[in-house]
Design a protein around this ligand. Structure first.
Ligand code: A3P
Length: 347
């Protein structure tokens, strides 16, 4: 296979700087302006072990959102301006966001860097694609303004909320979803890691019960998935609806679909040179997980540093089988099956 590295990369900026690294002077003091309003929104049900996430959830327009990210969303209402060239990666947490961030970023920047020296070797995907509501919650709204077009940003907002911010119908949305049973398991392990141990967080049974009631980060998950599904049926050229398990089965096919959707399809020469396969390899969990930046690095957040390693666990389909009884799986399937009824969607 010919190497993509042989191509000229005239504008190769060394070293790569994230938008945050390049604009640290624009970081402001995080806003507390909306906290009084947020305190009036309904609080998540009480459970003995307090932590289902770093901040409690509040119900906002039918969506359970952590108090921190709600700050960001309310701040966005005052300050966010969409651009027609924007690309939003939307997902429910733990559905494959990190993977898709890597894929989208690598796809867009594939002619700017030799793949062997691509920024993903030294930066976690979350440093390359900013999470909108987190940036706005943490005093980085000005940074979002200076990102050159086309901006690629991620969000966990359901379509019902995101659509309030999109003022131009040309914006594109890539949505990824995943079997909710695996989302739940992944979430439980993730929260344990960020909170520092299993004894610090709700038990799996508590997580499960809350999840079945839709009480989890940006839940209920069924509304999240259905919102983007319906919109992708209405506007398939602007909303790409992907499933984690399908990407796992055929990543090369989906990498091509993604590039085409984003308006930068692979050329015949690139396909012949094996560029698609090289990008898939670069973004695979095996490659990313083994990189020093993802083994040892941290992401500074207002919740404290989050280790990059936390974003990579097994990366498989069906891990729920090791953590859930058949009865639990059937109950959750039935809840979601009922919500999906008539939509044409299946888990
Ligand atoms: P598991 O906990 O099931 O392993 P998110 O990025 O939305 O937070 O989702 C995290 C999940 O995606 C975790 O699932 C993680 O291991 C998996 N993941 C992260 N990077 C991946 C990649 N490059 N390929 C496939 N799965 C990946």
């Amino acid at each position: 296979m010919a190497s993509y590295d042989n191509k000229p990369h005239a504008d190769f900026p060394i070293p790569y700087k994230t938008i945050e690294e390049a604009n640290s002077h624009l970081i402001e003091k995080p806003t507390e302006e909306h906290d009084a309003v947020i305190a009036t929104f309904p609080l998540q049900p009480f459970i003995e072990r307090p932590f289902t996430f770093t901040h409690p959830f509040r119900l906002y327009k039918g969506v359970w959102i952590s108090e921190l990210l709600l700050r960001g969303i309310l701040e966005m209402q005052q300050r966010f301006k969409s651009r027609p060239t924007d690309i939003y990666l939307a997902s429910s947490p733990k559905s494959g966001t990190t993977w898709l961030k890597a894929m989208i970023f690598a796809t867009l920047t594939r002619t700017s860097y030799p793949l062997s020296q691509h920024p993903l070797h030294t930066h976690n995907p979350h440093q390359c694609v900013p999470h909108m509501e987190r940036k706005f919650a943490t005093g980085q709204s000005q940074i979002m303004e200076v990102i050159p077009s086309p901006r690629v940003m991620s969000t966990h907002m359901p379509y019902s909320l995101l659509s309030e911010f999109i003022t131009d119908s040309d914006c594109r949305i890539v949505y990824v979803w995943r079997d909710p049973k695996d989302v739940l398991v992944s979430l439980w392990f993730f929260v344990q890691k960020i909170m520092g141990g299993a004894d610090k967080v709700a038990t799996f049974d508590q997580f499960y019960d809350l999840f079945c009631q839709g009480v989890h980060s940006f839940g209920p998950i069924w509304n999240h998935v259905l919102g983007y599904w319906e919109e992708s049926k209405r506007r398939p050229e602007k909303v790409l609806f992907l499933k984690y398990e399908h990407i796992l089965q055929d990543p090369v096919k989906h990498a091509k679909q993604l590039a085409h959707f984003m308006g930068c399809p692979y050329t015949e020469a690139e396909e012949n040179d094996g560029v698609v396969e090289q990008i898939v390899e670069l973004c695979s969990i095996k490659t990313l997980k083994d990189l020093d930046v993802n083994k040892g690095g941290n992401r500074a957040t207002s919740d404290g540093p989050i280790s990059h390693a936390h974003y990579f666990r097994k990366g498989k389909a069906g891990d729920w089988k090791s953590h859930m009884t058949q009865e639990m799986a059937e109950r959750l399937n039935a809840i979601i099956g009922e919500k999906f009824k008539g939509s044409g969607l299946q888990i």
